[in-house]
Design a protein around this ligand. Structure first.
Ligand code: ATP
Ligand code: MG
Length: 402
């Protein structure tokens, strides 16, 4: 296994706690990822200092106290926010992102034992080395997700762990330990008690992972239920994942398509996951654009890119290719080229606008938009160049013809 280190701003914080007489450890995802030789995307510090003690130790630093009730103090260290959490024992998890009640402890073993999976339940400090009380290293070597303690107990404390097991298995490309897997399969009702927001976050990460196809196939019931569709639909969609880039929104759209939903129905399903407006729109517009054959001539692709945006064209093309449209790859390739070249695709890309229509041509009202649309069409067809003189001349012709 690989060595564990942390960036300066994190080490500084650990050193301050140590000088104040406390233990300070790296914990969770950063230990797991370091041991795997991956660069962690953030570093969590855990300490035996109580929340009040932490506030004292960091009284001269800039801190954010939003998580303090749950024992988390965010310390701005050398300009970077670092989360420091007191050793904690969790009460029951209800709907929120965090347990209803927590209590603090000075025993790191208790803190580690409340964590979800063995690979997430390791701590490290330079003085004590790696603290691995639940065979986390062995499970990393075996590439296995296993709960800390009895999986059924752990899933009934917090149903989100059911989906988190699959999320880590997908993202790390691990399998799920046998007992944990069996408990996952029978714990869908526990998962469905959890808030939509929490489910969405984990589902999106799962779908973006390198193991998404395998997990959606092997745990189709759980993945389907998370998205609000049947196991069959999830399994069918899994078969299409391999042909797409690991974009979670494309994959979510494929799940809805496999469930036989129209773009509008898919939008309603997606809304149940409480996504951002942009995420929901992305799913609906990708499915709408994918519901008809995609254009393969440059002018039409320009107009599609202008109307729907490159992201939607990409997703729609992936959906069409995955479902057997051989032309869609060409659409995607043309769309990328169009954007790379900076071809004009929207009215706002034209070198003349409403002002020139009014000042130079005396056009008024609705006519302005109509003429600009017509000009854009001519430009996308390569009939007129996007150059003010040519565009004004073309606009004059349009006006004279009318
Ligand atoms: P990532 O790299 O995706 O952030 P992570 O391991 O840091 O992975 P987080 O969701 O950020 O995952 O959680 C941080 C740590 O907190 C986990 O490693 C785990 O020890 C613990 N944890 C988080 N959520 C739960 C939960 N629902 N139940 C038990 N422990 C949890
Ligand atoms: Mg994390």
């Amino acid at each position: 296994m690989n060595k564990i280190t942390a960036p300066r701003e994190v080490l500084v914080i650990m050193e301050k706690l140590r000088r104040a007489g406390h233990g300070a450890y790296l914990v969770g995802g950063c230990v797991r990822d370091s041991l795997l030789g991956k660069t962690p995307h953030d570093y969590d510090v855990t300490t035996d200092a109580s929340p009040d003690r932490m506030k004292e130790v960091f009284r001269d630093d800039r801190t954010v106290e939003t998580g303090i009730r749950h024992g988390t103090l965010t310390v701005i260290s050398e300009g970077v926010p670092v989360e420091v959490t007191s050793f904690r024992i969790d009460g029951e998890y209800r709907d929120g992102r965090r347990p209803e009640s927590v209590s603090f402890t000075t025993d790191i073993a208790l803190d580690l034992s409340r964590r979800d999976f063995t690979v997430n339940a390791m701590a490290y400090s330079e003085e004590s080395g790696l603290i691995d009380l639940f065979s986390g290293v062995r499970h990393l070597e075996e590439k296995k997700i296993v709960t800390v303690g009895d999986p059924d107990d752990r899933f009934s404390e917090d149903g989100l762990r059911v989906l988190r097991a699959l999320r880590f298995a997908s993202c790390l490309d691990f399998t799920v330990g046998e007992e944990t897997a069996e408990a996952v399969r029978r714990s869908v009702p526990l998962l469905l008690r959890v808030s939509a927001e929490r489910i969405r976050t984990e589902l999106m990460k799962l779908l973006a992972g390198p193991g998404a196809e395998r997990i959606a196939r092997d745990f189709s019931g759980v993945v389907g239920a998370s998205a609000g569709v049947s196991a069959d639909a999830a399994a069918k969609a899994a078969g299409l994942f391999g042909k797409t880039e690991p974009d979670p929104l494309t994959r979510l759209a494929l799940i809805y398509l496999s469930a036989g939903l129209s773009p509008r129905e898919a939008g309603e399903k997606a809304a149940a996951l409480k996504p951002s407006r942009a995420e929901k729109d992305a799913v609906v517009s990708a499915l709408s654009a994918a519901s008809a054959p995609m254009p393969t001539a440059t002018p039409a692709v320009r107009r599609l890119v202008g109307g729907a945006g490159l992201g939607t064209v990409r997703r729609a093309a992936e959906i069409r290719s995955a479902t057997g449209d051989p032309d869609a790859e060409k659409t995607a390739r043309l769309a990328e080229e169009i954007v790379r070249r900076g071809d004009p695709v929207k009215i706002s890309d034209l070198t003349v606008g409403g002002k020139e229509m009014i000042d130079a041509l005396g056009v008024e009202g609705e006519k302005i938009g109509e003429i600009l649309s017509r000009l854009l069409f001519l430009v996308t067809e390569d009939e007129v160049r996007n150059e003010p003189g040519e565009l004004l001349a073309a606009a004059k012709q349009i006006i004279e013809k009318n």
